[in-house]
Every structure is written in C-alpha cells, then in structure tokens.
Design a protein around this ligand. Structure first.
Ligand SMILES: Nc1ncnc2c1ncn2[C@@H]1O[C@H](COP(=O)(O)OP(=O)(O)OP(=O)(O)O)[C@@H](O)[C@H]1O
Length: 249
C-alpha cells in the first residue's frame, strides 16, 4: 500500500470546544491509485489531506506512507492547494526550484529538473515570469510543477482547480490524468465537485466525518459526462450528499 489510514480520529479544540472532525477512518490507497475524496463543506476533507501531507501531526490512529508513519511533510508527497501559494518575489523557475533547495544535487541538475517539469506542464516560455504576470491557470500549473519537481510518488491535491474557469479547469484535469498515467503517481484529490471526482478517480470516497461510501469508478478514460454510466455514478454519489442534508441522530 502506498498510503494507509488506520482507525484515524481527529479532534480540534479542547474542553467544551472539543470537536471531532474525523471519526474512525480506515482507508488503504494502493500504489498508482487515483482516489478522490468528496463530501459536503466542513466534513473534514481538507483536514484529512493535511494529515496525509504531514502538515498536521495531531491525531489518533495510524497514518503510514509505504509502511512508515507520517510524522511531517516529506518530499515524497507533493501537495497542491486551491490557491497556488507561489512566492511573488521569485520567478516561476525560482518557485519550482524551492523544494530542491536543501537537496545535495549539483545546481545544473536542479536547474535541469526544474526546466523539465515546467516543460511538462507547458510552461517552458514562462520560466522567468513572476507570478503576478501569469494567469490563475498558469499559476496552478506552476504549483503542480513545484509539487512534482522532486518526482514524488504521491501527489495530494486540495480543491486544486476550483478557483479556475471551466475551460482552464478541464485542461488541467486532463493534464493531471496524463501525469498520473505517465508517471505512475498515487493521487489523492479533495474536491467538492462530484463530476470532477467521477471524471478523474478510480475510487471516490464520500466523507462525512467518517467514510460514508467508497465508490469504484470502472470507466475507461477518456470519460464523457454524457455517458449514461457516468451519469448513473454521478447521481448515486449525489444522493449521498442529499442524505447528508437530513438531520443526523
Ligand atoms: N485549525 C482548526 N481549528 C478548529 N477547527 C477547525 C480547524 N480547521 C478546520 N476546522 C473545522 O473542522 C471542520 C472540518 O474542516 P475541513 O476544512 O477539514 O472541512 P472540508 O470538508 O475541507 O470543508 P470545505 O469543503 O468547506 O473546505 C470544519 O468544521 C472546520 O471549521
């Protein structure tokens, strides 16, 4: 297994403010798998992703990457957020170079890796641009290039495309699929968009504090929204959300 989540519980706050956000989560994610996590706002999606990334270390239960406990961030897990989080004072290349800063590699090798990643993401002509001079879609490409510059086996994404227009989002979704396929990545994407989840993932996990449903998506790529099988899966998952609106005991 690439990522293993065992009996995971997560609470925020203490005393009267104590609030359980994740409850008894068990999930195994295989090498090279593409998993989407969906759920209504506030159901704990981002919390789960931050724990997998090692950005938050306070939890009960076990979180393993290749059998080793996750105790902090790691260059073997690239992370992309909804906002690109680029440093405005660094160029595109400078931003993508950052994760390599501490690595004992010759400068020429680092530079070559950065250029290769930027070329892969269609940014070869924007290497020396500053973030304010590029579009939101390009900035998100840079964020993906940065997350993948060290060739991590795992890519974690939290609503990476939700701030983009529909056309740009569609392009980046296809590029993500291409990267997953070509590089054998294990991908975990958090999204509130069921259509995006069905379009991309092999398994869709519906989260509602605990795992409510795990839906396999056995449709070949390229998937088409107009395909009846696509629509049926989409509607089945959507029904879980409607149930979420009902008061829980
Ligand atoms: N640092 C924090 N301290 C206290 N509560 C928090 C913290 N971070 C998140 N929460 C709360 O935990 C719950 C889950 O938050 P989380 O961001 O994981 O949900 P989400 O499913 O990603 O939501 P959204 O889709 O709106 O981003 C929410 O009620 C949120 O207010």
């Amino acid at each position: 297994m690439s990522l293993s989540i065992q009996h995971l519980n997560k609470t925020y706050g203490s005393g009267a403010q104590r609030r359980q956000v994740l409850k008894d989560i068990d999930l195994e994610i295989g090498d090279g798998e593409f998993v989407a996590i969906v759920g209504r706002s506030g159901c704990g999606k981002s919390t789960l992703l931050r724990l997998l990334a090692g950005l938050d270390r306070e939890h009960e239960g076990r979180l393993l990457h290749d059998g080793v406990p996750i105790t902090g961030t790691d260059l073997r897990r690239g992370v992309v957020f909804q906002d690109h989080r680029l440093f405005p004072w660094l160029t595109v290349a400078g931003n993508v170079m950052l994760p390599l800063a501490e690595l004992p590699l010759p400068a020429a090798e680092k530079h070559a890796r950065v250029l290769e990643r930027l070329a892969r993401l269609g940014l070869a002509d924007h290497v020396d641009a500053y973030p304010k001079a590029i579009s939101g879609g390009m900035a998100q490409r840079v964020a993906i290039a940065r997350a993948l510059v060290n060739r991590p086996p795992v890519l974690l994404l939290d609503e990476p495309f939700s701030a983009l227009d529909a056309i740009t989002r569609g392009r980046l979704q296809q590029e993500l699929l291409g990267l997953w396929r070509d590089e054998g990545l294990t991908v975990v994407i958090v999204t509130h968009d069921i259509e995006e989840a069905v379009l991309l993932a092999q398994r869709v996990v519906v989260l509602d504090r605990s795992v409510r449903r795990i839906q396999s998506v056995d449709l070949a790529h390229p998937r088409r929204r107009g395909d009846p099988a696509f629509g049926a899966l989409h509607d089945r998952l959507l029904a879980e959300f409607h149930d979420d609106l009902a008061p829980t005991a």
